[in-house]
Write a new protein. Structure first.
Length: 337
């Protein structure tokens, strides 16, 4: 029986040494270590021995059992480590693998102008306000001192929904709305937004474009303040001294009124003045209708053409480029101001 046990031990050791997978080990376990396995069988054979021999042989079987069990466990650990490493190798993330290209959009040039203009005026104490694009004739014209039948309405040929409602032709109605809201208190606002006119489209005109309105009302606001404000703003926007030309003009809601041109150098090197905004001192009638006493308060206002500024800043000679959504055009505006 001792020899039998010795042979069994050697067979198990050989089997463990040759095992090269956890499945092999599983089979070894079933064959030798399980309840019906060869080692248990060896214990059962104790019955066939003389009672006096049983304790010593039982001890021997247990020693063999412990030895091969240790071997078995070591092998199991070894094969599990190999398997885990293989798995980790398969799941390895290659951090040097080129990633998918992340497509990043760019800010539309018109919005770049609006963002930069807003941050300039905010840092100078202005509030940014907005107004509706579908506007009442009351705010768009009447409260801007353009009564029904006034010839100045023809300068801004309009899209009407009904006799009282239209697509706003300029951002100036926000002046009236803000004045009523502020109830006679001093104010400093800008208002960017879309406007609509029945204009013929050409390289510098569109039937839908953007403006930025400005309005300052306080005691002792002067024309000099207006001029200084516009010059400083344009110098900021164009990052240098801008040659500005003021021309006398007419708007029913300002008196005196001006139009402002900026010197533009074309791609071919020649220069020309481009009109970028209308402005002036707020007309006393407008102040009165807005709830301000013109004997106490004065104000200035301006309406900037956003497209025109973008054309100047980015040397664009065709206004329709802004609206065609051509990526080749839009991708050029990655600039951070
Ligand atoms: C006005 O709209 C006045 N509300 C501006 C104003 C506000 C004057 C406050 C006084 C006080 P005007 O129609 O000139 O003014 O337009 C202002 C600017 O918008 C123009 O200087 C020009 O830069 C731009 N603009 C006008 N029409 C078009 C158009 N069809 N396409 C693109 N830009 C335009």
């Amino acid at each position: 029986m001792k020899l039998q046990l010795e042979n069994l031990k050697q067979t198990i050791i050989n089997a463990i040494n040759e095992a090269n997978s956890l499945e092999n080990l599983e089979n070894i376990h079933n064959e030798y270590f399980s309840k019906r396995g060869a080692l248990s069988q060896m214990m059962a054979n104790l019955r066939n021995l003389e009672p006096a021999e049983r304790p010593a042989f039982g001890k021997l079987v247990n020693t063999v059992k412990d030895e091969v069990r240790l071997l078995f466990n070591n092998k199991k650990e070894e094969l599990e480590t190999i398997k885990l490493n293989e798995k980790l190798l398969l799941e390895k993330v290659d951090i040097e693998l080129a990633g998918d290209k992340f497509l990043q959009g760019s800010i539309h040039p018109l919005n770049l102008i609006i963002e930069d203009t807003s941050s300039y005026f905010i840092s100078n104490g202005y509030e940014v306000v907005t107004g509706p694009e579908i506007e009442l004739d009351l705010y768009n014209f009447e409260m801007m001192n353009i009564a029904k039948g006034h010839p100045a309405r023809e300068m801004q040929d309009s899209f009407y929904f009904d006799p009282k409602t239209l697509l706003r032709t300029h951002t100036s109605p926000v002046q009236a709305r803000t004045m009523l809201k502020k109830e006679g208190k001093p104010l400093k606002i800008i208002c960017p937004g879309k406007v609509y006119r029945r204009d013929e489209d050409d390289s510098t005109h569109s039937h839908q474009f953007m403006q930025i309105e400005g309005l300052v009302i306080d005691k002792n606001v002067s024309f000099a303040n207006l001029k200084e404000t516009l010059q400083s703003y344009l110098d900021f926007l164009f990052k240098g001294k801008v040659e500005m030309r003021l021309r006398p003009s007419y708007f029913p809601f300002t008196e005196p009124s001006i139009e402002v041109d900026v010197l533009f150098t074309k791609k071919d090197g020649t220069t020309t003045f481009i009109e970028i905004l209308g402005a002036g001192m707020v007309h006393p009638n407008v102040l009165k209708m807005g709830g301000y006493d013109p004997e106490v308060y004065t104000g200035f206002a301006f309406g900037i053409g956003v497209e025109r500024l973008a054309m100047l800043r980015y040397q664009i000679e065709e206004i329709r480029n802004f609206y065609n959504n051509d990526l080749r055009f839009l991708k050029q505006f990655k600039e951070e101001f």
